[in-house]
Design a protein around this ligand. Structure first.
Ligand code: SF4
Length: 312
């Protein structure tokens, strides 16, 4: 693991989620990518400590998505070790344990405030909102079942050709970025495997279908192309919708990857317009990051407690 030394400002790296934050509300982007820096230190300004804590909040849907991703990591490890997949009961039990822990941890706000890095806090619990427990309970069963039945899992376990698992992402572990035009880029796919000469990149989704998902998969293809030097024509891309038990094979050609590269370059340039010093990644004053409040955005925003522009 090669972590960079901590400087006076956070290091710059591009990711799809950073781009979404930038295009959503610039003030939220400021808090999320700059305002929190050094808030983990006991000597930091209390307001910066508060922003750092708020950055750590996760909605129950996000915790569920991460738990499913972690489940896939453990399931493939089990398969490599035992030669078979875990049962649906084992998988459901894993998910229930993770989610119960998240809900239990979230009851202890004092512990979270003392040690936000160690104690998980749900956004809904922090802001005294109802947790979508019933919705999540129904998703536990269908996502585990659909994972076991998914095209990707079936292809891997019932292979007639040689299959090699190249990457299975574990959200609890640090992932190495790649370098794109001198910038760090985080675009780690959930699953990458080889079938003969083909490289197959898979994105597990636990929510509804969205046009954004196709753009995200372009990014994963670009990642495989850059990290492993694989021709785009030898990479296949697939989105697995675990909530519905469906999948979408996405055709990605050179022109989609070039389109994604252009989009990333434009996004990076736009982000750098908000820097006072691009070398150190020193941001302009917070007031330069204009707030775009809306009832939906502010309600789901982690930073509404500190944001004077919040409308909820
Ligand atoms: S509370 Fe609303 S206006 Fe403030 S940062 Fe969040 S989304 Fe933007």
């Amino acid at each position: 693991m090669n972590r960079m030394a901590i400087g006076p400002y956070p290091s710059f790296s591009w990711s799809y989620s950073r781009n979404s934050s930038f295009n959503g509300c610039l003030r939220e982007y400021y808090y999320n990518y700059y305002g929190y820096h050094f808030g983990w230190s006991k000597n930091a300004d209390p307001e910066i400590q508060r922003i750092y804590r708020l950055k750590k909040l996760n909605s129950l849907y996000m915790v569920f998505g991460n738990a499913v991703q972690e489940l896939t990591f453990h399931a493939f490890n089990y398969w490599s070790r035992e030669g078979r997949l875990p049962t649906i009961d084992q998988l459901e039990s894993f998910l229930r344990k993770e989610l119960n822990k998240a809900v239990a941890d979230s009851r202890n706000k004092a512990a979270f405030i003392r040690t936000p890095k160690k104690v998980l806090m749900l956004h809904e619990s922090y802001y005294n909102e109802e947790l979508p427990i019933d919705t999540i309970k129904t998703r536990i069963n269908c996502c585990t079942l659909n994972f076991l039945r998914s095209k990707s899992v079936q292809e891997i376990i019932n292979n007639t050709e040689k299959i090699e698992l190249v990457e299975v992402d574990n959200p609890k572990e640090f992932s190495e970025p790649i370098t794109f035009k001198g910038e760090q880029l985080f675009a780690i796919p959930d699953l990458l495997y080889k079938k003969g000469d083909k490289w197959i990149v898979v994105d597990w989704k636990t929510g509804k279908e969205d046009d954004d998902h196709v753009q995200q998969i372009y990014l994963y293809v670009l990642y495989v192309h850059y990290r492993y030097g694989i021709d785009v024509e030898n990479i296949e891309a697939r989105i697995e919708y675990l909530l519905y038990g469906t999948n979408k094979d996405v055709d990605v050609y050179e022109e989609e990857v070039e389109w994604m590269e252009k989009k990333m370059s434009e996004s990076i340039n736009s982000m750098k317009n908000y820097l006072e010093d691009p070398v150190d990644n020193k941001p302009k004053h917070m007031e330069s990051f204009q707030a775009s409040p809306s009832s939906f955005k502010c309600k789901t925003c982690n930073f509404r407690e500190v944001c004077v522009e919040s409308i909820v």
